[in-house]
Design a protein around this ligand. Structure first.
Ligand SMILES: C[S@@+](CC[C@H](N)C(=O)[O-])C[C@H]1O[C@@H](n2cnc3c(N)ncnc32)[C@H](O)[C@@H]1O
Ligand SMILES: [Zn+2]
Ligand SMILES: [Zn+2]
Ligand SMILES: [Zn+2]
Length: 322
């Protein structure tokens, strides 16, 4: 590990949450705490054709890979940049045709294995935490999780063994899948649509709170961590791992099932917003079909307007204003 770290923060070992990240200077609300490029990432299958596989830019004039005709790029530079990763999928997709259906986690792990082969040094995504040191909670896996893990390993072998030489042994793969499940991120666009999955090691160092003081957003394949509460020297930097619109009992269940811990944050203790959250959930009686149709129409128009405005902003304003 280099001594560079991330300016304004430091890694520490907490009493009850394992390793974590804390502030060593003041950060104001809205301030960028740090940015982290993805170590590995994969565009979700449903967004193929809408986003560039390499830089996750959304544009209408992407061109497709001439071989598999499934992956789309901004230009030759993006295609070249992605080739070392896309190559194995390109060949596999051509060979399997319509039967090519690995899960997004399996696709991401295949990319991590390739990346690990060509990376001998600490990457810019691992200034404070190396992927190989990720928590896996292997000792806490029950038989259901174990079966899911084995199914992922079988799918990795099935779809990729001809295209990746020296796939790690099953014990290493079991650990790698468990690490990805506990430390992986999903990338969303501004409209919160799912774009893909990724590994951001330094972002994964942050522990969870249901009353977080930072949020993570994405610029292409770079994660940005911004303060949503004032941070003072010594404060632990805490992110939320889950949708906070769920009431306490649901959040607890999700955190225990996916991340193997019981949250003891102030919100889980006071449950102060539960009543409102339960009311919102109860109010979720399905609306009439006509109402749904008009809501979809309204949302589509709004999204279209938003994209148009963004497009013009990008064209009309010099980069410094974007
Ligand atoms: C993404 S990792 C965060 C870094 C982790 N503490 C480490 O040492 O690698 C997620 C894991 O951190 C721990 N963790 C995160 N938030 C926690 C919390 N609020 N309370 C207890 N443990 C927590 C859990 O073990 C969880 O599975
Ligand atoms: Zn691109
Ligand atoms: Zn291709
Ligand atoms: Zn909590």
């Amino acid at each position: 590990m280099t001594n560079e770290g991330i300016e304004g923060t430091e890694r520490f070992v907490s009493t009850d949450k394992g390793r974590g990240l804390r502030a060593v200077r003041h950060f104001s609300v809205g301030e960028l705490v740090f940015a982290c490029p993805a170590y590995s990432y994969v565009l979700t299958v449903n967004e193929r054709g809408a986003y560039c596989e390499q830089c996750f830019t959304r544009r209408e004039d992407l061109f497709k890979c001439g071989k598999c005709k499934q992956a789309y790029y901004c230009n030759v530079d993006c295609q070249r940049g992605d080739w070392s990763m896309h190559k194995m999928e390109c060949l596999a997709m051509c060979a399997y045709g319509e039967n090519w259906c690995p899960s997004e986690t399996v696709r991401l792990v295949a990319r991590i294995i390739l990346k690990q082969k060509v990376t001998t040094e600490q990457t810019p995504s691992e200034r404070l935490l190396l992927l190989k040191d990720f928590e896996s909670h292997l000792d806490k896996m029950d038989s259901i999780k174990d079966e899911m893990n084995q199914a992922d390993i079988a799918a990795l072998h099935h779809f990729y063994s001809r295209y990746i030489s020296d796939i790690p042994d099953d014990q290493s793969l079991t650990e790698l899948f468990a690490q990805v499940n506990c430390n992986g991120f999903t990338i969303e666009d501004e409209e919160l649509s799912h774009l893909g999955s990724a590994i951001f090691p330094d972002v994964a160092l942050m522990n969870h709170s249901c009353n977080p003081n930072v949020i993570v957003t994405y610029k292409g394949t770079v994660a940005e961590v911004r303060a949503v509460q004032e941070l003072n020297p010594g404060d632990e930097i805490l992110n939320s791992y889950i949708d906070l619109l769920y009431p306490t009992e649901d959040r607890k269940e999700r955190l225990l099932d996916s991340y193997f811990f019981t949250c003891l944050c102030s919100e889980c203790f006071t449950k102060s917003k539960d009543k409102e959250k339960i009311k919102i959930r109860k109010a979720n009686i399905p609306p009439e079909p006509e109402k749904i149709q008009s809501m979809i129409c309204y949302a589509k128009n709004l999204i279209e307007e938003f994209r148009r405005a963004k497009h013009y902003k990008n064209i009309l304003l010099p980069p410094a204003f974007n």
